[in-house]
Design a protein around this ligand. Structure first.
Ligand SMILES: CC(C)(COP(=O)(O)OP(=O)(O)OC[C@H]1O[C@@H](n2cnc3c(N)ncnc32)[C@H](O)[C@@H]1OP(=O)(O)O)[C@@H](O)C(=O)NCCC(=O)NCCS
Length: 458
């Protein structure tokens, strides 16, 4: 952080972490206090029993929870975020620019971890390490509140999501348990050229913040964020863009997820949340029926030869939004080129051979838990839809047909860009899940979701 005030506040947070020493031994800083360690107790039980208890604890949790609404946020004390260069909740900015000016003084050594934990830069080229990362994220990234589905991360997906052109190994920041080398914490960032209103800046796009469930609420997150910030500062960058479901100081936009069932029978059987209430199965099957084939002439999968045309289409489209990506040709190639079970992109080729439209979605796989019939669920999430010739609702209906034919069970999209224009007609349902966008060390007026042109595959 650049100014001494912020450094002071950082120290306070470090001291607080270390202050735990007075009450607890240093090596126990991330363990609960008390005569018997409940984690040790839990660990001594069989795995299935442990899982049952954890699910029950989660469902009936009365512990401190992070604010999910602005109203809850008003009464929450942000011990960490109040020390960071982010706008305070309730402040509405009319100006544009950094909150802390100038180059940050970069601390040379990594932030200290409580004894028993070590920093690690996971080597993504190692299949073993990739598997460990997949396990950490699959088991801990999403809270299966209702105990029905669990997200599955594959090495192919993470290679795509974490290794675009110019990615930096040191921006993948892991925490391991020293004694057994278990990966228990992770945060990553990617370099990205981001346009915010009239300013274009190279920033860190932060993703995949994850702390093992057994180490939650122990303030590991602030340490991960500080260490990543230090590594970002080392590259001379001072801004970051990130998204989160919870309310932090201060969202620049709050967006919602919409879901379009493609396999209503399966979704009903697994009690998927994105279904309309009060609709029985026969009605749902009829209501969500889709045409067998697509109708847009010239619609076909993207090939290598299309990348240049698609890049210019997207660039022109992105200028319409207040928050968008100024991606390079190589980045467009990375994010859009079809990869099996990871990302699909289709283009519309007009009569003269020019590309007029593009639509792209990525694949999110989950395991269905405790179900007698179903084991997996596949969601397609909309990445980009941009065009000049095809009606957006027609293009999206064809996209739903293609996604269904590829075995996806549901199609999800945020209400960013122009997406809201086709949700109602195409029978998308809004679910109670928000995604808030944030900028680190940058203030600007907030914006409605339709002015957001950026989607983070996470
Ligand atoms: C998000 C997660 C790492 C938070 O861990 P935690 O154990 O609940 O929180 P910690 O005790 O380590 O840290 C608490 C601090 O981190 C902040 N924090 C929590 N979640 C955050 C997030 N997603 N982004 C940024 N900061 C976050 C809290 O606001 C709090 O700071 P505050 O005192 O200023 O309010 C953890 O819940 C997790 O791994 N969740 C599943 C994956 C996930 O949701 N990742 C975020 C994707 S955007």
């Amino acid at each position: 952080m650049a100014d001494s005030n912020l450094l002071d506040k950082e120290l306070t947070e470090d001291e607080r972490l270390k202050g735990g020493k007075k009450k607890q031994k240093k090596e126990d800083a991330w363990k609960p206090e008390g005569p018997q360690d409940p984690f040790a107790l839990l660990k001594s039980l069989p795995e299935t029993k442990q899982q049952e208890i954890q699910r029950a604890l989660h469902l009936f949790s009365v512990g401190p929870s992070l604010p999910k609404t602005l109203q809850q946020a008003r009464t929450h004390t942000y011990r960490f975020w109040d020390s960071q260069p982010v706008p305070k909740l309730g402040d509405s900015s009319v100006t544009h620019g950094p909150i802390v000016e100038g180059e940050a003084a970069v601390r040379k050594e990594p932030y200290s971890l409580p004894s028993g934990f070590v920093w690690d830069t996971p080597d993504l080229s190692s299949p073993t390490v990739m598997k460990e990362l997949c396990t950490l994220l699959s088991e801990n990234f999403e809270d299966e509140d209702d105990n029905t589905v669990r997200r599955d991360f594959s090495p192919e997906y993470l290679q795509w999501a974490l290794q675009p052109p110019n990615w930096l190994p040191q921006w993948n920041c892991g925490v391991r348990v020293h004694s057994n080398n278990k990966l228990v914490g992770f945060i990553a960032a990617l370099p990205a050229d981001v346009r915010v209103y009239e300013t274009q800046k190279r920033m860190a796009a932060v993703k995949f913040l994850c702390v093992h469930k057994k180490l939650r609420l122990k303030r590991m997150t602030p340490v991960l964020i500080r260490e990543l910030t230090r590594r970002v500062h080392q590259q001379g960058l001072s801004q970051a863009v990130y998204s989160a479901g919870i309310v932090l100081p201060t969202p620049i936009s709050s967006c919602r997820y919409w879901h379009r069932p493609l396999s209503p029978r399966k979704l009903t059987e697994v009690s998927y949340p994105g279904l309309r209430q009060n609709m029985n199965l026969p009605r749902a099957l009829k209501f969500y029926r889709l045409p067998e084939t697509t109708k847009t002439p010239g619609l076909r999968p993207l090939t290598d030869a299309d990348v240049v045309g698609v890049h210019s289409l997207l660039q022109a489209n992105q200028l319409r939004f207040h928050l968008s990506s100024a991606m390079s040709l190589q980045e467009a190639e990375h994010w859009l080129s079809p990869r099996e079970n990871v990302v699909d992109t289709y283009v519309v080729e007009g009569e003269a051979g020019t590309l007029t439209d593009v639509v792209s979605f990525y694949s999110v796989s989950s395991s269905v838990l405790n179900h007698p019939v179903h084991t997996g669920l596949r969601a397609a999430r909309l990445l980009y839809a941009a065009g000049t010739a095809t009606d957006p609702a027609d293009l999206m209906e064809d996209t739903l047909v293609l996604a269904k034919s590829k075995g996806f069970d549901v199609f999800c999209a945020l209400d960013v860009m122009d997406n809201k224009s086709f949700f109602e007609n195409l029978k998308f349902n809004v679910i109670d899940k928000s995604v808030r966008y944030y900028l680190y060390n940058w203030m600007c007026p907030d914006m409605s979701p339709d002015k957001v042109g950026l989607v983070f595959p996470s």
